[in-house]
Ligand binder design. Structure first.
Ligand code: SAM
Length: 209
């Protein structure tokens, strides 16, 4: 009797083990697939930044807008807008519309707070976007503080700007496009470090180098 019972117990145990194995394997497969899907979705919405956040000092912002000869009716786009300071300054000083685009949700939030703090909600729009996906044709002034190779990567989009539009880049040139002006000025960063800054101006269509 005891022999039969232990035989039954052993078969039940064997059955349980055999049954539980495929469940565990399929569960881990499902978890793996879910992880892969999550990672893919994250990658699509939060791809890595092409350049970190370094704010342009206020003095340089003023000079950039002055060099662009911003006037009523202009539409200023800042590609990678950080805390939105360039479009906010353009709206406050020249009463023009501005659009700031940034991929980093923290920067987008800071920009929106900045817009609100300066009461320019009627003029300035902030959007979370990858600058390499944007149609720039509605802009008449485009400001950049990226890297030189990113300026070059943007050229196919910038080429489509209306004739007479101005492109202003803080610190970096754009290989292949001859600037109309290059200005140098000393300014302190938000951290208090003083150095020489360069500002490049191109008027569309630019002259090839
Ligand atoms: C050097 S900061 C310049 C900020 C601001 N334009 C200024 O001059 O004060 C560059 C900004 O570009 C943003 N950025 C980097 N790659 C980006 C991309 N592919 N699309 C949109 N924004 C991006 C970063 O989050 C950062 O805020």
């Amino acid at each position: 009797m005891n022999g039969i019972r232990s035989l039954q117990r052993a078969s039940l145990l064997a059955l349980l083990i055999a049954w539980s194995r495929p469940v565990t394997w399929s569960q881990s497969q499902e978890a793996k697939q879910t992880q892969e899907k999550d990672a893919k979705a994250k990658d699509q919405t939060e791809r890595e930044l092409d350049v970190p956040y370094w704010p342009t000092p206020a003095k340089v912002v003023d000079k950039m807008l002055e060099l662009a000869e911003v006037k009523k009716g202009d539409v200023v786009y800042d590609l990678g807008c950080g805390d939105g300071r360039i479009v906010v300054a353009a709206a406050k000083k020249y009463g023009v519309k501005g659009f700031g685009f940034d991929l980093d949700p923290d920067r987008v939030k800071e920009s929106l707070d900045n817009v609100k703090k300066n009461h320019v909600e009627d003029l300035v729009t902030i959007k979370k976007a990858d600058i390499f996906t944007l149609d720039l044709r509605d802009a008449s002034v485009v400001t950049l503080y990226l890297y030189p190779e990113l300026n070059v990567r943007l050229m196919p989009q910038l080429e489509k700007l209306k004739p007479g539009s101005r492109i202003i880049s803080h610190d970096w040139d754009m290989k292949g496009a001859k600037p109309n002006k290059v200005v140098k000025l000393r300014a302190k960063s938000d951290m208090g470090l003083e150095r020489e800054h360069k500002i490049f101006l191109w008027v569309v269509p630019w002259e090839k180098e």
